[in-house]
Write a protein that binds this ligand. Structure first.
Ligand SMILES: C[S@@+](CC[C@H](N)C(=O)[O-])C[C@H]1O[C@@H](n2cnc3c(N)ncnc32)[C@H](O)[C@@H]1O
Length: 247
């Protein structure tokens, strides 16, 4: 049975970075929220290039938080003359912010004039904080955001029933050491089930047990330069044959 939904409080560290007291972790790197989204999740998944020529492109994200990754992806889609006709973004969130806290968070951290109006549109469409699936349509339905409010371990296994098939996976559930629930073998098994054959993934972590879980569930990974002083992060794709393991 789903737990009751508990919203997240909006808390900032002294350096202005949003912080989760519940998970004792920050929502994004102190070096920049949008810059992190672009380096780790867009570049890490080969976007925007990988969506060229596709009629529809679907991103699955673990952890919606303030929606910075969604906004960066939506803005990149807007900017791209070769964008796919349809962009579908599906994200899971157990502790959503209220609309007013989301607006306050965006005012504090969005430093890009092209992204700020999209953030306003998102907040204006923000659903009630009720557990379950909420679908928001933007740009006359060309862009959809499916927000699954609930525990990732409960929600992810059911996404396939909604016809979700991922082209790109953003693994963004706080650091594995702080929040192991978002990095369990069951989470990777669910992601593997809904990943298309050419699906890619990216994440800021390079923790050993995440690498092992990726391999165990049919993904291959490479280590690349991280963001904001982090030496390494992981990117990869569904394995075509034998997994390629790098130390
Ligand atoms: C690092 S933040 C995500 C940042 C976000 N992607 C963005 O662009 O703003 C991680 C998110 O995962 C959510 N989360 C943590 N544990 C979860 C769980 N077990 N199930 C679902 N969501 C969870 C947190 O509430 C938090 O919003």
């Amino acid at each position: 049975m789903d737990e009751a939904l508990i919203s997240a409080p909006l808390v900032f560290r002294d350096d202005g970075t949003p912080y989760s007291p519940r998970h004792d972790d920050i929502y994004h790197s102190a070096a920049g929220a949008l810059a992190q989204a672009r380096h780790v999740f867009l570049d890490g998944n080969g976007l925007p290039g990988r969506w060229h020529g596709k009629p529809r492109f679907t991103v699955i994200e673990t952890g919606f938080g303030m929606g910075i990754n969604f906004l960066a992806t939506w803005a990149a889609w807007h900017d791209d003359a070769h964008r796919p006709p349809a962009l579908e973004f599906v994200s899971i969130e157990k502790h959503p912010f209220s609309a007013s806290d989301l607006r306050a968070a965006h005012a504090a951290i969005i430093d890009d004039a092209a992204v700020a109006p999209l953030a306003d549109v998102l907040v204006s469409a923000w659903p009630p904080l009720e557990a379950g699936v909420h679908r928001l349509d933007f740009d006359a339905g060309a862009v959809s955001l499916t927000l699954a409010f609930g525990e990732a371990g409960d929600v992810l296994p059911r996404l396939g029933d909604h016809g979700v098939a991922a082209d790109a996976i953003y693994l963004d559930g706080f650091a594995p050491a702080k929040n192991p629930d978002m990095w369990t073998p069951a989470i990777f098994a669910s992601l593997a089930r809904i990943a298309r054959d050419d699906a890619t993934f990216a994440t800021y972590t390079s923790a050993g047990h995440v690498k092992r879980a990726l391999i165990d569930h049919g993904f291959e990974y490479r280590k690349v330069s991280g963001f904001g002083g982090k030496r390494a992060m992981l990117v990869g794709r569904r394995a075509r044959s034998r997994p390629v393991i790098q130390s």
